[in-house]
Design a protein around this ligand. Structure first.
Ligand code: ATP
Ligand code: MG
Length: 628
């Protein structure tokens, strides 16, 4: 068995040879002439001259290996429906959708914006774009009109693919009025809008612009659309970052590098095998959904589950039921989803047959130790924390059991992934730091295959945003703090703008949060640094309780506040103790489940919270204000 460090070293030092080997995992219609062109740093072009297609690799290529095997499994607990598409059926659907898009004038390089709930036609649309060489831009379904309008103006799509409505926790969200409003607001309206009418919410089509998906599907059923072979560096999609720290950035992804990176990650990191089933609980509107609901599993010949619903409806056992029903071997979720489950009956974890499941992967935000321990003990399966960003497209740090199985450590996303020359550096000097020293997590370019090629339409912003933050050294900054312990395990300590400076002590908000969360009554928390005339900054904690009804009275609340402070004192020292611990029903989060710290800080300091377009529930901020 290979050794992790030696594989990683080879991927950096014998880069061309390493990726030449990995590239064999996908189909190349025309072989590439050069593995990497890095003559114009920091822009990297992978597999130069090679021609391939994401749709071909995800769909067509697997037909001969078993056309009747499952490819896409749709489960909706919102509309109470389940449907399994075989590889052949997926092929037919994707071709019909490609034919309808082609008839709308969509061709190579054109953008198609996809504003859809978690339903199969959304996946058909993504794959159909890939088939045509068109660039998709999936916008999280249910985003407000302003978000949508700014993304329309940035991507300038020829066609928008949408639906009448989505549904969440049994509540219908009409999409059509949001979309109409967005098109009204934007400066670059699309030529046409294809609407999948699910019959959830009645609407009036706009004459001359809106077309009906079902009608088109019938009209184009049975047509086969030839695959458009794309040069490896041609963009496959544009996806906006989550907007946790500010204005979202349009991440541009290539074609060939992405296909190779995903194919290799399915083997080395996820250990998924053709014919098995993958369950990823993310949304197609996020990068995790792009890479590990749609492209990754399909490129690896796996069936993938598209789940429309929440983790707690009809009850907190639904995800485990899916694992049982579809014999899921690999599952991918986010800490935010597991924290929700923590509030449910733990017996639900034991109710289903989970013998098929090998491991649960988690990413998107720090996986705190109490949550990790809870789920790992509950499932009795390995929990694999992995760290990455919309920008990188696939994990930067992860356990890689497909290369060499190693024990994991709670709170650590393990080790650098091959291809990523990742370092912890001093933000002032740009120097590499040693073991146990905190610094910025940075990647020495070139970024590996699959990572972003540039900011859509703005090369300057790409260089300025990501490669210009450290004086004198052109490295890609993740804008996250990290450290490597004496055993080589990596830890992510929070975002670079989440460090608090209390009377000259630099404290990571994440460490304080972990400490607050370790109190048995706390489900989750957010710690922020608030300006203070005496100390510069003080830490303020907002905590959500597992059983708020047990702490209704003011006395109970202040007793608990003192208890939690004592926990922080004993774990991190009095300097890290939050000046206040306030109890709220929910934290303000982005739609992707990340805590909006900048907005919390602004509210605490009595300032305007700024851009709130990506917030999930504005009433959480209101409640926070009232608690203060
Ligand atoms: P924006 O860049 O628009 O502010 P965002 O950074 O939240 O939004 P994403 O690309 O979805 O957008 O999230 C990537 C970030 O999520 C990482 O930079 C890191 O801060 C955090 N993250 C992801 N996975 C992990 C993990 N396993 N452990 C700790 N943090 C993680
Ligand atoms: Mg980010």
């Amino acid at each position: 068995m290979a050794n992790l460090e030696s594989v990683h070293r080879r991927s950096i030092e014998q880069r061309d040879e390493f990726w030449q080997g990995e590239a064999k995992r996908v189909h190349w219609e025309t072989p590439f002439e050069q593995v990497l062109d890095f003559t114009n740093p920091p822009f990297a072009r992978w597999f130069v001259g090679g021609k391939t297609n994401l749709c071909y690799n995800a769909v067509d290529r697997w037909l001969d290996a078993g056309a009747d095997e499952a490819a896409l499994i749709w489960v909706s607990t919102e509309v109470d429906e389940r449907k399994t598409y075989s590889r052949r059926e997926l092929f037919d659907e994707v071709n019909a959708t490609a034919a309808m898009l082609r008839a709308q004038g969509v061709g190579p390089g054109d953008r198609v914006l996809i504003y859809m709930p978690m339903i199969p036609s959304a996946v058909f649309a993504m794959l159909a774009c890939a088939r045509l060489g068109a660039i998709h831009s999936v916008v999280f379904g249910g985003f407000a009109s302003v978000n949508l309008a700014s993304r329309i103006d940035d991507a300038k799509p020829k066609v928008i693919f949408s639906a009448d409505a989505g549904s969440r926790a049994g509540k219908v969200t009409p999409y059509k009025p949001l979309l109409d409003k967005a098109i009204e607001l934007c400066e670059h309206p699309p030529q046409s809008v294809i609407i999948h009418d699910r019959g959830l919410h009645a609407f009036e089509p706009v004459a001359g612009r809106d077309v009906d998906y079902d009608g088109l599907r019938r009209a184009y059923w049975g047509q086969t659309v030839p695959v458009q072979w794309m040069e490896s560096s041609d963009p496959s999609y544009v996806l906006y970052t989550s907007g946790t720290t500010g204005k979202p950035k349009g991440v541009q992804r290539d074609t060939g590098g992405y296909a190779v990176a995903l194919a290799s990650s399915m083997d080395y990191i996820f250990g998924g095998k053709a014919g098995e089933t993958f369950l990823c609980t993310s949304d197609i509107g996020w990068v995790v959904g792009h890479s590990y609901i749609v492209y990754g599993p399909l490129i690896a010949g796996m069936a993938t589950i598209l789940y429309e619903g929440t983790p707690v409806r009809p009850d907190g056992g639904i995800l485990w039921q899916l694992v049982q029903d579809y014999k899921v071997t690999v599952m991918f979720s986010a800490p935010t989803a597991i924290r929700v489950l923590k509030k449910q009956d733990p017996a639900l974890l034991k109710k289903y047959d989970l013998s098929s499941l090998r491991a649960l992967y988690m990413a998107g935000e720090p996986l705190d130790e109490p949550t990790a321990v809870w789920i790992s003990e509950g499932l009795g399966k390995p929990i694999i924390d992995n760290y990455w960003q919309t920008e990188t497209g696939w994990p930067i740090l992860a356990a890689q059991p497909g290369i060499e199985p190693r024990p994991t450590k709670f709170g650590s996303p393990s080790f650098p992934v091959y291809g990523f020359d990742v370092r912890v550096i001093d933000e002032q000097t740009g120097q590499d730091l040693g073991a146990n020293q905190k610094g910025v997590v940075a990647i020495v370019p070139p970024l590996p295959p699959g990572a972003m090629s540039t900011v859509w339409g703005d090369d300057t912003r790409f260089v300025d945003t990501y490669f210009s933050s450290v004086p004198g050294r052109q490295v890609y900054s993740t804008f996250d703090w990290g450290l490597v312990d004496g055993d080589g395990y990596w830890f992510i300590l929070g975002r670079t703008d989440d460090v608090i400076n209390v009377a000259g002590h630099r404290l990571g908000t994440r460490e304080i949060e972990e400490s607050v969360n370790s109190h048995a009554a706390v489900a989750e928390s957010a710690v922020v640094g608030v300006a203070d005339s005496l100390k510069g900054q003080v830490a303020v904690a907002f905590a959500v309780l597992k059983q708020p009804e047990a702490y209704e009275s003011d006395d109970a609340k202040s007793a608990l506040e003192r208890e939690v402070m004592k926990v922080v004192d004993s774990q991190l020292g009095a300097v890290a103790r939050p000046s206040r611990i306030l109890f709220v029903n929910a934290l303000p989060k982005t739609r992707s489940g990340k805590v909006l710290r900048r907005a919390i800080v602004a509210v605490c300091e009595g300032r305007d919270p700024g851009d709130l377009t990506t917030i999930e529930d504005p009433s959480t901020l209101q409640q926070l204000k009232e608690t203060l």
